[in-house]
Design a protein around this ligand. Structure first.
Ligand code: GDP
Ligand code: ZN
Length: 371
């Protein structure tokens, strides 16, 4: 992406601000140099980055500028895309390609992501990545080849927008739960976007959106958008203003189209025959785009399903607040709400107070997870 010098300046300023926040978080946790990824500590780092950001972490994020607190005071860059053995980084206003050290490259998908703040070395005209600064949030999913390892989709996100569509592909509320849990676990603010709303007649629209009322009632912000009519785009702009946000969801729901609609200069290829007639395009890796005014948006590859990384049966309940509330009235205080008698959750499902589809997702996930 070509940025004007003014844009670059702004970018650097924003980056400095955000990095100060990240460093603040690091200081709250002790040694910022923990953020350096080495052969010895990568496993430990993975487990740290997979956690949800708790209140402690949030407080640390509000710390004032802490240039010297890292003990490095070095300038760092932001990763805008990652490919095998190398990554593109915006560093001191320049868009550069940096080599990823071999010990990191072997586990690159778990160790480096778009949005990462990185330290660099420059020697003999070659840029090399030296370390990754601590992250304040991630979006991750289990590695298909090793479910105990997480694959990073993006890092340092404030907001993650889960995009779904109506009609093509149709709205399937059951798919929302896993995305919602994965986003919360990574520490970013979740939002649900229902795109292609133009495809519905008023009556259908009411019926479809009614399916999402349980989510809205549980506190998940829901916005309806159309890249055709422009509906909801102002709301979306307001929501991501000044933030780093990622769009996730199945392929074909309109993620690239939304990014294009938000910034007409972006011209991402969308999943139609595009101008040059080279065929259909699908995003295969995450990329970060500068939308100006401190807003950075990340397009991610289509994700079919979010396997849940490192979740156990007990913690699963935390992501179903409607169950936690009912739990007090179950006969057993440690009721799992799956097979026990006198279970308030099951009663509430029967009487329609708790959404049946959500409960069924809970039971399905419960069955899938290890004790
Ligand atoms: P992505 O794979 O999620 O990035 O989806 P794309 O942005 O490539 O869009 C997939 C298809 O949906 C394209 O043919 C778009 O033109 C179409 N599309 C995207 N947004 C809308 C919308 O709001 N309304 C309608 N009717 N079609 C849309
Ligand atoms: Zn119960």
């Amino acid at each position: 992406m070509k940025d004007s010098p003014r844009q670059r300046k702004r970018y650097e300023k924003d980056l400095a601000k955000k990095n100060a926040k990240v460093r603040g978080a690091a200081r709250g946790k002790g040694d910022a140099r923990q953020g350096r990824v080495t052969e010895d500590n990568w496993e430990q780092l993975l487990s740290q980055h997979g956690r949800r950001s708790g209140p402690d972490n949030d407080a640390a994020l509000d710390a004032p500028s802490l240039q010297h607190a890292t003990g490095t005071g070095e300038p760092d860059g932001i990763v805008i895309s990652v490919s095998s053995g190398r990554c593109r980084v915006v560093f001191e206003g320049k868009d550069i390609v940096a080599m990823v050290p071999p010990e990191m490259a072997v586990r690159q998908k778990s160790l480096l992501a778009v949005g990462d703040r990185v330290l660099l070395d420059h020697e003999d005209d070659v840029w090399r990545l030296r370390g990754v600064l601590p992250r304040h949030s991630v979006l991750a999913r289990p590695d298909p080849n090793n479910p105990h390892l997480q694959r990073l989709i993006a890092a340092n996100l404030d907001v993650v927008i889960h995009v779904v569509s109506v009609k093509a592909p149709p709205l399937r509320p059951r798919l929302i739960d896993r995305f919602w849990i994965a986003i919360q676990r990574g520490g970013a603010q979740p939002v649900l976007c229902v795109n292609k709303i133009d495809l519905l007649e008023p009556r259908e629209r009411e019926e479809e959106l009614a399916k999402l009322i349980p989510y809205r009632d549980l506190g998940l912000p829901v916005i309806a958008t159309s890249t055709q009519t422009g509906e909801g785009l102002d709301q979306m702009r307001a929501l991501v203003q000044g933030k780093t946000a990622a769009l996730v969801g199945h392929s074909g729901v309109g993620k690239s189209s939304i990014l294009n609609a938000l910034d007409t200069q972006l011209e991402l290829m969308t999943n139609t025959l595009h101008r040059r007639g080279t065929g259909r395009h699908t995003t295969t890796a995450s990329s970060l785009y500068d939308f100006g005014d401190g807003t950075y948006l990340i397009d991610t590859p289509g994700i079919r399903e979010f396997g849940l990384w490192d979740l156990d049966r007990r913690t699963l309940r935390d992501y179903f607040p409607e169950l936690v509330e009912a739990n007090e009235l179950c006969r057993f205080t440690d009721c799992t709400h799956v097979h026990e008698p006198d279970c308030e959750v099951k009663d509430r499902v029967e009487s329609g107070v708790i959404d049946r589809a959500r409960y069924e997702t809970y039971v399905r996930l419960y069955d899938d997870l290890e004790q």
